[in-house]
Design a protein around this ligand. Structure first.
Ligand code: ADP
Ligand code: MG
Length: 578
């Protein structure tokens, strides 16, 4: 590894101040980043008491030479930057030369390192920023830094840490994101002798996702791959079968570096259209590659924020990438026009939608002049909100039922219609019934990151009231032995996940909301799919049952079921009326 030198004052004054060492997680972050910069392929993090007790980070990287050890703990001492020109093409995570100095100022450090293949290394002890001892030892190439007695000189800071669990949560979250950013590095994280994360380091992001979120979640991820002139995006996003109650599961990396950016998360969500229910978020990990000169990650080192030129281009690319990933699964119907679907919510009448459609240039491709149609006033067909009596004519594209009555031509999405019918049936079944608990023949095992398992266990009583009896089974696995008995067969996992997710997100669990989500999911699966031929008799039966529902116009996911093109509008288009 290159030698460590002190930065000239005029250079470090040009660099934004670095991250302050304010908690165990910031120390873990700096140490791991140094290990990554040193080209390590294996990095282990061993903690006691969530890092409040001690933190050890060990790597197999370049190591530090005997002579350099003295300088490593000095402020503005770095091997990663020499002159101003280097500043424009930084490829390392660190370059300010401040982290080790800042950590050393608030703790006691034992460093063991070797920069050679001869097994000759050096051990150094540093306390309150001073190098106390330095001796030659036998050590394999790599570096191990042990940090103890954190903040012992700052008791006020120590008090500020809420709990071991909370500090550990921050660290796990950070190590998880770093492991997403570096799938080729094998990470191990342990706390008080318990293993919390182990990644393979085989370079496959999907394997890291499995290690962090469990195999089930990983099996529901869809690959994202898209590029534009300025950006290249790769990663995974979950199908709507796996959603979470918080945004925390959407990770955005810029050039393999984790950043927080609300706008880019919004772009991911937009990619789902209105497929996601209120307050539900997908599991996503995307890495955006770009020329480093169009991003300024350095704007806010402490907040992990980034600024881009060409933000709009990136936003749209993410949105399209996510949509494409899901479309390959046949999950998202491409709406005629997203704007209209958004405007068309439950309270609107179907004829309002028809008016909107006719007013829409894309739709009225039959005749451009049709756009000029005045919204007709005589097509408000059904004040009760029920579907009028209509007669099926045919099925088209294996997906839509064509039907008619004197008012016009109806197009019905057969899947959405069936979904609505099942949804209302199921919802009726579950309301007003006492919680009856059923024991599962085979307990269901659920994988979660270790910090979340801890959180769930502390709320076991509450979960028991929701019909879930939990048992710990390994660091990242829970066994669930009971569920409420109304849960349809095969839907247990979904119910369990939804309840546990709300608890993790610390939302008070709203049973009715939860049940609605769950029932919507179950109803969707039990429904006729698109591209499935059905007979006229079946069409009629579907239409009649749809008429019995309270809302025959939108499916539980908010998509339209029925579209009407009124006779009047048709006549307008064909210029039979003026
Ligand atoms: P920076 O990372 O900004 O250079 P640090 O204070 O974090 O500053 O580290 C100072 C120097 O110590 C680094 O530039 C590097 O040369 C050396 N160093 C720190 N940690 C390691 C490590 N794990 N392996 C090899 N060298 C390291
Ligand atoms: Mg560093």
């Amino acid at each position: 590894m290159a030698q460590i030198f002190l930065l000239a004052e005029e250079i470090y004054n040009k660099i934004a101040a670095g991250e302050v060492i304010e908690r165990p997680a910031s120390i873990v972050k700096e140490l791991i980043e140094n290990s990554i910069d040193a080209g390590s392929t294996k990095i282990s993090v061993v903690l006691t008491d969530g890092g409040i007790g001690s933190i050890m980070v060990k790597d197999n990287g370049d190591g530090i030479s005997y002579d350099d050890v003295d300088r490593a703990f000095l402020r503005h001492a770095t091997s990663k930057l020499r002159n101003e020109r280097d500043l424009l093409q930084i490829t390392t995570l660190g370059f300010r030369g401040e982290a080790l100095a800042s950590i050393a100022a608030v703790s006691e450090i034992t460093l063991r390192t070797s920069d050679n293949e001869h097994g000759i290394g050096v051990q150094a002890k540093v306390s309150a920023g001073k190098l106390l001892e330095k001796t030659e030892i036998g050590f394999a190439r790599g570096t191990e830094i042990l940090v103890e007695r954190l903040f012992h000189s700052l008791p006020a800071r120590l008090k500020y840490f809420k709990s071991v669990e909370n500090e550990l949560g921050h660290i796990i979250d950070y190590v998880n994101r770093l492991s997403f950013a570096h799938p080729a590095i094998a990470f191990v994280l342990e706390n008080n002798g318990r293993e919390l994360l182990r990644t393979a380091g085989d370079g496959k992001l999907i394997h890291v996702i499995a290690a962090v979120y469990g195999n089930f979640a990983a099996s529901k991820m869809r690959a994202i791959e898209i590029e534009s002139i300025d950006y290249e995006i790769e990663g995974y996003t979950s199908t709507i079968e796996i959603t979470r109650a918080s945004r925390n599961y959407m990770t955005v990396l810029i050039n393999n570096r984790y950043i927080k950016n609300f706008l880019l998360q919004r772009a991911i969500l937009n990619g789902y259209n209105d497929l996601l229910m209120v307050n539900r978020y997908p599991v996503t990990v995307i890495n955006i590659k770009m020329d480093p000169s169009i991003v300024d990650i350095n704007v806010h080192p402490a907040k992990l924020e980034a600024k881009f030129s060409k933000e709009q281009e990136l936003f749209e690319l993410i949105e399209t990438g996510v949509r494409k990933a899901l479309l390959t699964e046949g999950q998202i119907p491409t709406p005629l026009n997203k704007e209209i679907i958004y405007r068309y919510k439950e309270q609107d009448t179907v004829s309002q939608l028809a008016v909107d459609l006719v007013a829409e240039p894309n739709f009225a491709h039959l005749s451009n002049e049709a756009i000029a149609v005045e919204p007709p006033t005589d097509i408000k067909i059904n004040e009760s909100g029920k579907l009028p009596y209509i007669e099926p004519i045919a099925q088209i594209f294996g997906t839509y039922i064509l039907a008619q009555n004197d008012d016009g031509l109806y197009l019905i999405d057969q899947h959405a219609a069936h979904e609505r019918i099942n949804y209302e049936l199921n919802l009726a079944k579950i309301t007003n019934c006492e919680l009856e608990i059923a024991e599962l023949l085979v307990p269901i095992s659920i994988d979660y990151p270790a910090d979340e398992i801890t959180k769930l266990q502390s709320r076991a009583n509450e979960l028991a009231h929701l019909g879930l009896e939990l048992e710990q089974f390994g660091a990242q696995t829970l066994l669930v032995r009971t569920v409420p008995s109304w849960i349809p067969k095969g839907e247990e996992q979904l119910y369990i996940e939804s309840v546990l997710q709300s608890v993790i997100a610390e939302n008070p669990v709203n049973l009715l909301e939860l049940n609605r989500d769950l029932v919507a999911g179950a109803s969707c699966k039990a429904s006729i799919k698109a591209n499935q031929a059905i007979s006229t008799q079946e069409m009629l039966s579907l239409i009649n049952r749809l008429r019995e529902t309270t809302n025959p116009y939108t499916c539980p996911h908010g998509r339209p079921i029925t579209i009407l093109i009124s006779k009047y509008e048709l006549e307008k288009m064909f210029k039979r009326v003026t």
